[in-house]
Structure formats: structure tokens, C-alpha cells
Design a protein around this ligand. Structure first.
Ligand code: SF4
Length: 521
């Protein structure tokens, strides 16, 4: 009989969905919510891996006295986050070995696609982790937990994926309470909200590296169900949300899904969603989005503009529409069935700038594009690096703003078309390792820096920053709780967990040095 569950959150970072502090992803909420929907008296203890590292003795004691330990794992870039350090493979194996007599399950991207070591490497296959767990749940956790608690181990199916959101919506509502146990609760916690799953491009196979189309036809959550979840989260103290768990917010509730790869946006559904959230959780300080498919903008210009205007009306400023452009090399676009060709990508950047660049109350433009670039894909040559750089320069010279350029080496995951070409990826990355570094630095120096100067010119008053971490050299890291927040290095050492406003003083490629202007009492 399961009466006590311990959740160890080793953090998750997926193309659609972030769960590294200050973010909490959907997994802990779904696990807890599913369990509480069956047994409201179930004891559930939520631990982040960082908290467990600090107090391993206490964690082991609680885990040892539980009936089930749920491990959540699957972050792409271990160690590259300000807010936390994802669980490493060694830690995962060590803790599971120490708890060898306990029932343990693994959920999250690591269970579904293998344990990634970050871009440029192959994931450790699921089969290799099998001996360390009672079960590896590569289906949806809320369904597994529901069946496990109701019918026992034999009847719970680790592969089962949701076909609708009925059970999931209930789990989201019941599980909202778990956020109270998150170490960032009460200060800069950002709750990742899911609106749908699956990529509308699944009908054409989708991008070669991506796991999202493998879910098949997208299934959507109704606006009223998402609003009800946000309302529940709000009651338990959530003040920052990111509507980030979907491959393309503009395709939410599109009536053309299943017919077109770039379905026409449904502005009315977006209005219901965003207006409903603001109306039912009126004190939210941050409402942000994440991914936007540039193809949806290009192929549905007028409707996409209407949809962007609705988002800008109801969200909060400092928001980022991360565009999965991946490359400006047409040969790579073609070889990997990517979304847009280079000139189309620039046009999407232009459109978002046109409507989103107006500044809001926190000193930042309302909505700016982010650009994701991916290296190591089949078709890549040295010319790819030059082309990417040239197009970024063009965007800069046009006077446009890009909030961040995310440069990554592709991670080859199980069950993607790229898995069959993993040798090509390995060879490409090996061959291009020097040029990769060269252009990464060039972009940082000549593009990122200039963009940052445009977004936060010296003197800008940046409002609502949370002090997060002491840095070397007598600085304190502070950030907005939201989408791709700018790192503000405050001069001096300041107490952690406080809200401050700061003037931008000097600008670097990846951060801004600031001086505190106002400190919240
Ligand atoms: S558009 Fe491409 S990268 Fe984006 S979710 Fe679909 S398949 Fe994945």
C-alpha cells in the first residue's frame, strides 16, 4: 500500500517546458495531483536535487521511510543554469543504489528519451537505466500514478500516453498545492503552464532532431481548464507563470491542426486564455510565453499579428518569443525538414519587433524574438557558420532587437529521425569544433553585445529583479522571474531573495551591470 511518496526533482529542460529553478515544470504537479486525486491524505514530500545535495542525510531518511520514490530527470545542459544544477547521471545512479530496497520510478524526458548529457552528445539509452528502477515510466506520469495507486504495479502501464486532458486537468488542479514545497515558492518561483502537446508539423514528420512530433496529433487543453489551473496555483501563492509548455503558442486551439503544418492562429481562443488568466489571477506579476514557430507567422501573417497583439495586451513586459530558426543555411533547412528559410526567418523577427518592441513598466520591451541556432545537423558545412553570422549581422544592421541568441550543439535523442544519423552528427561536430567556438565568440562579441546595448541601454531602470545568488568579484546576480531573463550583476553583495530595481550601468554580451535604485521593504 502506498501512503507516502517522495518526489526527487532532478530538473527538466525540454524544447517545450522548463523545470530548472526558479521554474517548476508540470511533472511534480502531475505526480502529486494524480496521487492526491485518489487519496487526499497521501503524504507527498517534494525535494529538489539541490536541496537534497545540501542535506543528503535528511533526504535519505525521508526517502527510506517512504513507499515510493519518484525521480524526475531530463535536463539537456547539466550545470549551465543560475538557479540550480540538474541531477547528474552519477548522482542518479548513486542515490538509486543507496535506495536499492525501495520502489523507485523514473519519469520525465530521461525516462522517455534517455539521459542526455547536453548538446553534442548521445543520450544514455533507457535500457541502460532499467536495472536501477522498479519501473521507467516513459508514458505520462499522471496516468501511471493513477493506475498504480488504484490497481497496483501489475496494472500500471509505463508506456501509456494521454489521449485527452480529462485526468490530466484534474491532476493539475489537485497538484497545484505542491508548489508550496518548492524552495523558490514565495519569491521568484515561475510555474510552467501547459496548453497542449504535440507539434502541428507532425503531419509532415517535423524537424529531424525533435521529439515533439513523436506524440502524434496535438491534443489541446481548453482555455477554461488552463484558467482553472492558474487560479488554483494562484491560490497557493504562484505569482509568476510562463505559458511555455507547447511548441508554438500561436497554434494554440487552431482549427487547422491536422490539415496544415503551419495552422492558422485562433486569436479568439488566445484571448479567452489570456484574458481568463488575468481576470482569475489578478495579482500575477509575470505572465510570459515561450516558443513561437516562425513558420506560423510567415504563412498566416494577418492572423499571427492579431494573435501577437492579444498576447502583448494581456501578458507582462520583458517577454520572449523563442523562435526555433535553428539555421540560416537553406541546405540545412532542407536536409532536416526545418521550419523556415533564412529570409522568412528575418521577416518573423521583423514582425515581432514591429508589435513587441514598445517598452513596459519593468523597463524592458514587451515582446522580443529569441533565436535558437542548432549546430551539428546533417547538411552542415563550414559555410553554415558564415551564413548564420551574416544573417545575424543583417538583423542587427536593420536595427531590430533579438533578446537572446541561443547557440547549441544538437542533442541526439532516441526515437527521433536524427537517431539514425547519429554518426553523421558526431562526425560533423568533431570536424567543426574549432569553427563552432570561433563563431560562438564572434556572435557573442559582435551581435549579443550590440543587442544588449539596444535592449537595456545604460541608464535604463530595470524593475522587479530578484536577487538570486552571490557572484565572484563582489557582485550579486539578480533577474526578473520570467522568460529568458537578463542577468543583472548588481554591484556589491546583497541579501538573497529580495526584490530590487536597478539602473543599468555597463552592458556586456550576456549580462548587465547594475546599481540598485530601489529596494523593496
Ligand atoms: S516545429 Fe520542429 S522543433 Fe518545433 S516542435 Fe515542431 S518538430 Fe519540434
Amino acid at each position: 500500500m502506498i501512503r507516502k511518496i517522495v518526489i526527487l526533482d532532478g530538473y527538466t529542460d525540454e524544447p517545450a517546458g522548463l523545470g530548472v529553478p526558479p521554474y517548476i515544470n508540470v511533472y511534480p504537479r502531475l505526480i502529486a495531483g494524480s496521487a492526491w486525486s485518489i487519496d487526499p491524505g497521501m503524504k507527498i514530500y517534494y525535494w529538489t536535487i539541490d536541496r537534497a545535495r545540501e542535506n543528503m542525510g535528511e533526504f535519505m531518511k525521508i526517502a527510506d521511510s517512504s513507499d515510493l520514490v519518484v525521480f524526475i530527470a531530463g535536463a539537456e545542459v547539466p550545470g549551465k543554469y543560475i538557479g540550480g544544477k540538474p541531477i547528474t547521471l552519477e548522482e542518479l545512479l548513486r542515490i538509486t543504489t543507496l535506495l536499492k530496497d525501495k520502489d523507485k520510478i523514473l519519469i520525465g524526458p530521461a525516462a522517455r528519451y534517455g539521459f542526455g548529457h547536453g548538446g553534442g552528445s548521445l543520450a544514455v539509452q533507457r535500457a541502460k537505466l532499467k536495472n536501477y528502477f522498479t519501473e521507467i515510466v516513459y508514458g505520462d506520469p499522471e496516468i501511471y500514478i493513477y493506475h498504480l495507486l488504484k490497481y497496483g504495479w501489475e496494472k500500471a502501464e509505463p508506456w501509456r500516453l494521454r489521449e485527452d486532458y480529462d485526468l490530466t486537468n484534474k491532476a493539475f488542479i489537485h497538484g497545484a498545492k505542491i508548489i508550496e514545497q518548492h524552495p523558490n515558492h514565495g519569491w521568484n518561483l515561475v510555474v510552467e503552464i501547459e496548453t497542449y502537446r504535440g507539434c502541428p508539423r507532425w503531419i509532415g514528420g517535423g524537424c529531424s532532431f525533435c521529439i515533439e512530433p513523436r506524440y502524434g496529433k496535438p491534443i489541446m487543453r481548453e482555455p477554461r481548464d488552463i484558467v482553472a489551473e492558474v487560479e488554483a496555483l494562484y491560490k497557493f501563492g504562484a505569482r509568476h507563470i510562463r505559458i511555455g509548455r507547447q511548441p508554438d503558442i500561436l497554434a494554440y486551439m487552431s482549427r487547422k491542426i491536422g490539415e496544415e503544418e503551419y495552422p492558422e492562429p485562433n486569436p479568439e481562443a488566445l484571448r479567452q486564455l489570456f484574458y481568463g488568466i488575468r481576470n482569475n489571477a489578478p495579482g500575477l506579476r509575470v505572465v510570459h510565453i515561450d516558443n513561437v514557430n516562425p513558420g506560423t507567422i510567415i504563412y498566416n501573417r494577418m492572423k499571427a499579428i492579431e494573435a501577437l497583439k492579444i498576447i502583448i495586451k494581456y501578458h507582462t513586459p520583458g517577454d520572449v518569443a523563442a523562435l526555433g530558426i535553428e539555421t540560416f543555411d537553406p541546405k540545412v533547412v532542407k536536409a532536416n525538414n526545418l521550419k523556415v528559410y533564412p529570409d522568412e526567418a528575418v521577416e518573423a523577427v521583423r514582425i515581432i519587433n514591429k508589435y513587441g518592441s514598445i517598452r513596459g513598466w519593468n523597463g524592458l520591451p514587451h515582446l522580443l524574438p529569441g533565436i535558437n541556432l542548432l549546430y551539428g545537423l546533417p547538411g552542415e558545412t563550414k559555410e553554415t557558420y558564415r551564413l548564420n553570422y551574416e544573417y545575424l549581422k543583417r538583423i542587427l544592421e536593420e536595427g531590430l532587437m533579438v533578446r537572446r541568441i541561443n547557440i547549441r550543439k544538437v542533442a541526439v535523442l532516441e526515437n527521433t529521425p536524427l537517431w539514425l544519423k547519429k554518426k553523421i552528427v558526431e562526425n560533423t561536430l568533431r570536424r567543426h569544433s574549432k569553427i563552432y567556438e570561433k563563431y560562438r565568440l564572434l556572435i557573442m562579441k559582435n551581435i549579443d553585445l550590440r543587442m544588449m546595448e539596444r535592449i537595456t541601454p545604460p541608464g535604463t531602470l530595470l524593475r522587479y529583479l530578484y536577487t538570486e545568488k552571490k557572484l565572484r568579484g563582489g557582485f550579486t546576480a539578480a533577474r526578473f522571474p520570467g522568460s529568458y531573463p537578463i542577468l543583472v550583476k548588481l554591484k556589491g553583495t546583497h541579501p538573497i531573495g529580495r526584490i530590487v530595481d536597478a539602473h543599468a550601468e555597463s552592458i556586456a554580451a550576456k549580462s548587465v551591470t547594475g546599481i540598485i535604485a530601489i529596494r523593496e521593504a
